[in-house]
Design a protein around this ligand. Structure first.
Ligand code: 13P
Length: 347
């Protein structure tokens, strides 16, 4: 992919009124999600579930791209169409998660490093052949006593930059995802400080590795108190802290920022995205790349039963529609209530 194609693909992913669906749960993660929804864990149930999501009528109005997992990009729908082809037909860009997950960072208790750089060039080339146009790599940074260390931040920032450079070299737009986790009792100020440190290190590495900033997207956490913090923040505080942090460290050359949901409830993260976008215009587009916040209600409603597919698709559609509205600052509690009612109407 030429530099101009990288730039136009990155822009297309953050086009107005649309966002990204992350449907790239690893085998380990989808196992956890299926267990809590009482769904059998087999390649076929995973295929059926992804087909339910991706064939939901009308999502192409709100979804610009879908991040797939290695297993899914190789699977066909029930009628034999490969998933990347199904998406391309709907005008949705297929993407792929390329990291191999997190492991303990040796010598640094409580901290993680993301693996998957070995052989990445060849895997990227193969994914490109399979139809992927963009790629994703997730690093996690935990907040706790004495952590994160600079070593952990630097090691992960370096891996993210090597991934991004290789990805562009192989013609795929990289989505760079440094996730500061919301687990813990830290306050919003600590999250802001750690997110600022992390993103500063990530951009220093991206620039050092000559990554074309105009041909990539950033996928960060929102700035929030930890889920065990006694003082939770208002929607306005989250929006303010998130925007302040991003304005300080994300170069204006980056075309878009697509938030992860990170364990926030669908309604909560949608309210936050809405408040962020309602605050004004920014140098970059501010959109979404949610997994749990788009899929949660649908997965629960489906519960592995064919009879529930239609209801699950309606719930999924409404989450997607609400997120797309929030991406424009147009989401409201009336819209949320309408969504919930529409979901309930379907038997
Ligand atoms: P969540 O929106 O569930 O945090 O997932 C986003 C993602 O892609 C994690 O890598």
């Amino acid at each position: 992919m030429s530099e101009s194609k990288l730039k136009s693909t990155a822009k297309a992913l953050v086009v107005l009124s649309k966002g990204i669906l992350a449907a790239d749960e690893s085998l380990h993660t989808i196992k956890k999600r299926f267990r809590s929804a009482n769904v059998d864990r087999t390649p076929e149930t995973r295929r059926t579930y992804r087909e339910l999501l991706l064939t939901t009528p009308g999502i192409e109005a709100y979804i610009s791209g879908v991040i797939l997992f290695d297993e899914t990009i190789r699977q066909p729908t029930e009628n034999g169409t490969p998933f990347p082809e199904l998406l391309a037909h709907k005008g949705i860009l297929p993407g792929i998660k390329v990291d191999k997950g997190t492991r303990n960072l040796a010598g640094f208790p409580g901290e993680k490093i993301t693996e998957g750089l070995d052989g990445l060039r060849e895997r990227l080339a193969e994914y490109r052949e399979l139809g992927a146009q963009f790629s994703k790599w997730r690093a996690v940074i935990a907040i706790g006593s004495e952590i994160p260390t600079d070593t952990c931040i630097e090691a992960n920032a370096n891996a993210l930059a090597r991934f991004a450079a290789l990805s562009q070299d192989q013609g795929l737009v990289p989505i760079v995802e440094p996730e500061v986790l919301m687990d813990g009792d830290h306050d919003i100020k600590q999250c802001e400080d750690v997110t600022t440190r992390t993103l500063s290190a990530v951009f220093a590495q991206l620039i050092g590795h000559r990554v074309i900033l105009e041909g990539m997207l950033l996928k960060p956490n929102m700035v929030l108190p930890g889920n065990e913090c006694l003082r939770q923040a208002s929607v306005e505080e989250v929006a303010e802290a998130t925007v302040r942090c991003l304005l300080r460290v994300v170069p204006a050359a980056v075309p878009g920022i697509v938030f992860l949901s990170g364990g926030q409830s669908p309604q909560q993260v949608t309210r936050h995205l809405n408040a962020i976008n309602a605050k004004g215009k920014y140098p970059w587009e501010l959109s979404f790349s949610f997994a749990r916040a788009l899929q949660g209600p649908a997965l629960e409603a489906w519960a592995g039963q064919e009879a529930n597919v239609s209801r699950a698709q309606k719930l999924f559609y409404h989450r997607v529609k609400c997120a797309a509205a929030a991406r424009e600052g147009q989401y409201s509690s009336e819209m949320e209530a309408q969504s919930a009612n529409e979901g309930r109407e379907v038997k």
